[in-house]
Design a protein around this ligand. Structure first.
Ligand code: SF4
Length: 492
């Protein structure tokens, strides 16, 4: 059974490895071994520049052996323990450091299953020097580090580029010197009782851009290379974390992108990573550069206000047939509240322009169940969709995706209460019925109220989360239920 399990894991990992192109040599031997865990699907991990950047930093640190681990290599099929590293099939429990990358709070829920499978106590106080050092970083840690403070030995709410090299230098030379690590800016070692000090410097993305040094054909960008074009967002939407956790806003300059392209002449497809790509001050010049170099752009999410006929032409030439816009809501009252105004007339003109330019599909993103939302706000959104259908060649060219409001720490709306589940369900039912009445050809989908409420809880909870997870890990262990959480591919 054990051998069969290992064999099937290795053959699945091998088939994925054959889809990868590496731009740095692997480093699976060294004095200090790190398993870098992305607690979700392989395809999502390989699309996440935060995870890839940490991997690259470790790979280029002398004396460090680093291997990847994903608890699910394919959608809807979580791995069964025992767990092995992705690169060499080394047992995960053998590594000296387990480093988790949490890009959103929902992934916190993978902790009990993974810890139980490795027989690692969830509470840091129950572990000893024979257990691995547990570290965590990523956007969700920047958003809610207190939730993990009784679980992890080292938390990195700051940016990896400015914190990780110093942490690894101490760990390599002296081991888990908690007091010394706690002194580093942007690092939190909860067991010392000290609060983390703010990072003293921010990474200069022009000196070292974040890019995919491993390009997997299975990534969510269809196998494209990835490069970070902007860190942070100049806007300040009330519900969004992008502005608060990545300060100040930094944009990769055109000439630096050109340099990177020169160094990667085989790059024919490129995913441009930024919370709000079209707010890049040189976006038109960047698209022109990619057009000249015959590099296909893999992004489809655009800021409608920034579109003009020249950009539309470049996007069409780049092979894009569908675009995504995020009006968020049709209600003027809520547009003002979230600080994302929308001039309806200009928006509808833009829709007509998009279809005249030859695009075939348009996806609209909305947020439902916002604070103080009432029926008139839902009607305003339905009204906007109705007018958009009228501006499109036919409703079958449109789809609408609704996420549900989640109050996140560090946002202006962190203290707003999410709607009750019953109320969420009623709003969704109303929207579904009314949109279906507009046209049965319009494709509509909604986030799950249950998941939105769980994410709200995980965004707001504090250290008490560790007690819940410790009990859950106990149950996982007793029932051998390591794969309670399903892994589903997200649509990008
Ligand atoms: S929702 Fe978009 S535009 Fe608004 S702050 Fe977030 S990333 Fe920026």
């Amino acid at each position: 059974m054990g051998l069969k399990h290992r064999h099937s894991y290795e053959s699945l990992a091998h088939s994925l490895k054959t889809t990868e192109k590496h731009y740095l040599p692997p480093h699976t031997a060294g004095a200090l071994s790190v398993a870098l865990v992305y607690p979700n699907l392989y395809s999502l991990g390989m699309s996440n520049l935060g995870y890839l950047t940490v991997h690259r930093l470790l790979l280029t640190t002398p004396g460090i052996a680093v291997e990847r681990f994903f608890p699910a290599l394919a959608a809807e099929s979580p791995l069964r323990p025992p767990y092995y590293s992705f690169e060499s099939g080394r047992p995960l429990g053998d590594f000296q450091i387990l480093m988790f990358s949490f890009s959103y709070e929902g992934d916190f829920d993978k902790i009990p299953g993974i810890f139980a499978a490795l027989a690692i106590p969830v509470m840091a106080k129950d572990r000893n020097r024979f257990h691995p050092i547990l570290m965590a970083g990523g956007a969700a840690v920047a958003s809610n580090a207190p939730a993990l403070s009784l679980i992890f030995d080292i938390l990195v709410p700051g940016e990896a580029e400015t914190t990780l090299p110093a942490i690894m230098a101490i760990l390599k030379e002296h081991g888990m010197e908690a007091e010394a690590i706690a002194e580093l800016p942007g690092v939190w070692v909860p067991a010392t009782g000290k609060k983390p000090s703010a990072p003293c410097s921010m990474h200069d993305i022009n000196s070292q851009p974040a890019y995919s040094h491993i390009v997997s054909a299975q990534n969510a960008f269809g196998g494209a290379h990835l490069i970070e074009l902007m860190r942070g967002c100049p806007r300040n939407c009330s519900f969004c974390l992008a502005r608060s956790i990545y300060q100040p806003v930094r944009a990769l300059r055109l000439e630096k992108l050109a340099e990177w392209i020169d160094q990667h002449p085989e790059c024919r497809d490129l995913g441009l990573v930024a919370p709000s790509l079209f707010d890049h001050p040189q976006i038109t010049e960047i698209f022109k550069l990619l057009d000249q170099r015959k590099i296909r752009i893999r992004n489809s999410s655009i800021k409608w206000e920034k579109l003009d006929s020249e950009l539309l032409l470049i996007l069409r030439r780049a092979g894009i047939t569908g675009l995504t816009l995020a009006p968020e809501t049709g209600s003027k009252k809520l547009q003002t509240a979230i600080r994302k105004p929308l001039n309806e007339e200009r928006f509808l003109d833009c829709i007509r322009q998009i279809f005249s330019a030859g695009f075939e599909q348009l996806k609209l993103y909305f947020v439902a169940c916002l604070p103080e939302e009432d029926k008139s706000d839902l009607d305003a959104t339905i009204g906007l969709i109705k007018k958009t259908i009228a501006a499109a060649p036919s409703p079958s060219h449109l789809s609408a995706a609704f996420s549900l409001f989640v109050p996140k720490r560090h946002t202006d709306w962190q203290n707003r209460k999410p709607m009750a589940q019953q109320q969420m369900k009623q709003s969704i039912k109303y929207l579904k019925e009314e949109l279906n009445r507009l046209s049965s050809q319009l494709r509509v989908n909604f986030a799950s109220p249950q998941e939105a409420l769980r994410q709200s809880y995980l965004s707001q909870t504090g250290p008490e989360l560790a007690h819940e997870y410790a009990m859950e890990a106990e149950k996982c262990h007793e029932n051998r239920l390591f794969s309670k959480n399903q892994f589903t591919a997200l649509e990008f």
